[in-house]
Ligand binder design. Structure first.
Ligand code: BMA
Length: 321
């Protein structure tokens, strides 16, 4: 039994790095993961270039598959990338399977701001049908795995800088009849409600259903301007933690409980010492197995993909007062 979030079981080494990728790759992180037809599928972000020379050239998405969710094999070539005059790149995919159909949420950096999109994935992962793309600035969208009260539901994280003057970003929820038109937007969790965030929070992996509520991770950012150079990036001053909360099954904008301490904090050498932006934990996939084990996939240091596991009842208990 987990007595505190600190006891979560982390795999001591990353489960996927650029060394496992058979094409140009440098930073492999912030993956979406799901079980599709008995197989584990991972869509990972690849900021490609030369890892040794610490040079980055661009971003694409890659696909990997696994029989056990632990050992992964990457496909021979990258998969989707959306790029044109307006869109610089697509990144941070999250996968949700609804009624056997695979959907992804993703972020787009565009000339006119950051936008969050939702797409249906072709059965063989050969392409996408884009269903909706938000107004800027919004990202970190994740879909719930089933309709609630007849509607699709997503968590999202708009970035209202104009009105709040600085990073103070929160988690919101919207509903849709068809995954295209989104509305009925409500606040779920404010950054001020998370004791280990002083900057912003955002949805992480898509929620999983338990009998107590929707169990869902989020990322929480602590900014410390006294921090010097961390990782290759010359001015990285933030720490990203993973948090966990439980949302009401019928009214998912209602938080039933929240773990007051980070669920996953940067501690291991590949989380704190090596990489592009160290001290970043960024979950993008969570799988609830039949035996109650929960696998949480997270990017570390914006450089490698990692795995932590826990029992679902323990995670629920951490959230409830
Ligand atoms: C966020 C996103 C993520 C990234 C994180 C930490 O703003 O860009 O992709 O993991 O910052 O760098």
């Amino acid at each position: 039994m987990l007595r505190s979030a600190k006891e979560i079981k982390k795999f001591l080494r990353p489960i996927l790095t650029y060394k496992d990728i058979p094409y140009e790759a440098a930073l492999i992180f912030n993956a979406g993961v799901a079980k599709v037809g008995g197989q584990y599928v991972m869509l990972f972000r690849n900021d490609y270039g030369d890892y040794q020379k610490q040079q980055l050239k661009g971003t694409n998405l890659g696909l990997a598959t696994s029989e056990d969710g632990i050992h992964w094999k990457a496909n021979a070539a990258p998969c989707f990338a959306i790029q044109n005059e307006e869109i610089h790149r697509m990144y941070d995919p999250r996968i949700t399977v609804i009624n056997g159909t695979v959907y992804i949420c993703f972020a787009l950096d565009t000339k006119h701001g950051v936008r969050g999109g939702i797409a249906r994935v072709k059965e063989d992962f050969s392409g996408l049908d884009i269903l909706s793309v938000s107004a800027p600035d919004n990202r970190n969208m994740v879909l719930f795995p089933e309709k609630i009260d007849g509607k699709y539901v997503r968590l999202e994280r708009p970035m209202p800088v104009y009105s709040r003057g600085k990073d103070r970003f929160d988690i919101w929820l919207s509903k849709s009849p068809d995954l295209k038109y989104w509305g009925e937007t409500e606040l779920v969790l404010g950054v001020e409600d998370v004791p280990f965030a002083n900057d912003k929070i955002g949805p992480a992996a898509p929620p999983v259903k338990t009998r107590y509520g929707w169990l869902t991770t989020f990322h929480a950012v602590e900014r410390d301007d006294s921090r010097g150079k961390h990782g290759w990036e010359p001015s990285w001053k933030k720490i990203y933690y993973a948090g966990i909360m439980l949302l009401d099954l019928k009214e998912p904008s209602k938080v039933m409980g929240l773990c007051k301490t980070p669920l996953i904090a940067p501690e291991l050498p590949h989380e704190t010492e090596t990489g592009f932006r160290t001290d970043v934990i960024f979950p993008g996939g969570m799988i609830l197995e039949d035996d109650g084990e929960v696998k949480i996939y997270y990017g570390a240091s914006d450089t490698v993909e990692c795995l932590a596991t826990a029992q679902v009842d323990d995670l629920v208990r951490l959230c409830l007062p």
